[in-house]
Design a protein around this ligand. Structure first.
Ligand SMILES: [Zn+2]
Length: 317
């Protein structure tokens, strides 16, 4: 079985090491070689692409069949090596269904700033107007999202903006995929628009006051952080929205308005990455753009999902 090329590993690792593209175990890349598709395994990190075996080989046709509705959509039965204990990414079906040799999916901050906002989405449509891009409304990662993607792409589509989620780019080669993704990043790039220097003014026992404490001191942004979740990985790693006080379920992050943002001692690197993600995203949201949460039904669907629990458990190790 032919392994993916060195440039694919390097590209994957570079995306994984950039917190403005990928946070913690989020994002995934794939490469199709003949009948085989190599896809990032669930719970692994793209940043490790050059140092650890994070990719798993699946039967491309079988994964495509799952994307079309056969099986449960997890693609766990499409893994070629029966001795392999890694599960393919929960997003394997869209990688299989997109008919391009290289597919890369990130939770790009530049994309997210536009994709969580109704005003931002309109701006992004204009910024990407001459590129082969489509916009896909929010759907739960896995088969529901794959169905929404497949309903909108054509054979020419190379850019998919996932509303309230992220970015997918496709290409014939790694270089082409990298280039088109960079083009999207350049066009959607947003400056930091808020004062992010304000530190926490109080301490909290059992918690660390984090560098993202500015959120608590900006009334508009604090309100946004407390009133909803804007993309799936926030819910998966931090729970729905953010609470203002500790409670029985031991929330990893607490926001005390006008005081600070607090990360529970012993929190995972994924949880730390997700609070930075929220800060990176909301600090770039223009004052005249609103942000649209995914809603409580979508949050509940994410939290009751076995595949996500599996991902949470892996990331916590
Ligand atoms: Zn994703």
């Amino acid at each position: 079985m032919t392994e993916p090329s060195a440039d694919f590993h390097a590209f994957s690792a570079r995306l994984g090491k950039d917190p403005l593209r990928v946070q913690g175990p989020g994002g995934n890349t794939s490469m199709k070689i003949g009948d085989v598709m190599w896809i990032k395994a669930s719970g692994t990190e793209l940043a490790d692409a050059e140092t650890k075996p994070i990719f798993v080989a699946v039967n491309r046709a079988a994964a495509q069949a799952e994307a079309a509705g056969e099986g449960d959509g997890s693609c766990k039965d499409t893994v070629i090596d029966p001795a392999n204990t890694l599960r393919p990414s929960i997003e394997t079906t869209f990688h299989a269904a997109l008919d391009w040799p290289v597919v890369a999916h990130t939770h790009s901050i530049a994309t997210l700033v536009h994709a969580i906002s109704p005003e931002g989405r309109k701006v992004a449509i204009e910024k990407l107007a001459d590129l082969p891009a489509v916009f896909v409304p929010y759907a739960k990662p896995g088969l529901p999202l794959t169905r929404e993607i497949l309903a909108r792409v054509t054979s020419d589509t190379q850019i998919v903006i996932l509303e309230n989620h992220g970015l997918i780019c496709c290409g014939t080669t790694v270089a082409e995929t990298d280039e088109i993704m960079q083009q999207v990043e350049d066009r959607l790039q947003m400056p930091v628009l808020t004062d992010t220097t304000k530190a926490a003014t109080t301490a909290m026992t059992g918690f660390e006051a984090v560098g993202e404490s500015w959120i608590a001191h900006n009334p508009r942004i604090c309100d946004l952080a407390l009133s909803g979740s804007y993309y799936p990985d926030h819910v998966v790693f931090l729970g729905p929205a953010l609470p203002t006080a500790d409670h029985a379920e031991n929330p990893p992050v607490i926001v005390k308005p006008e005081q600070g943002v607090y990360l529970r001692n012993g929190a995972t690197s994924s949880q730390r990455a997700m609070i930075k993600c929220l800060s990176d995203c909301l600090s770039r949201l223009p004052a005249d753009w609103t942000a649209e949460p995914i809603g409580t039904d979508a949050e509940a669907a994410l939290l009751n999902w076995d595949a996500e629990k599996y991902r949470q458990a892996l990331a916590a190790r």
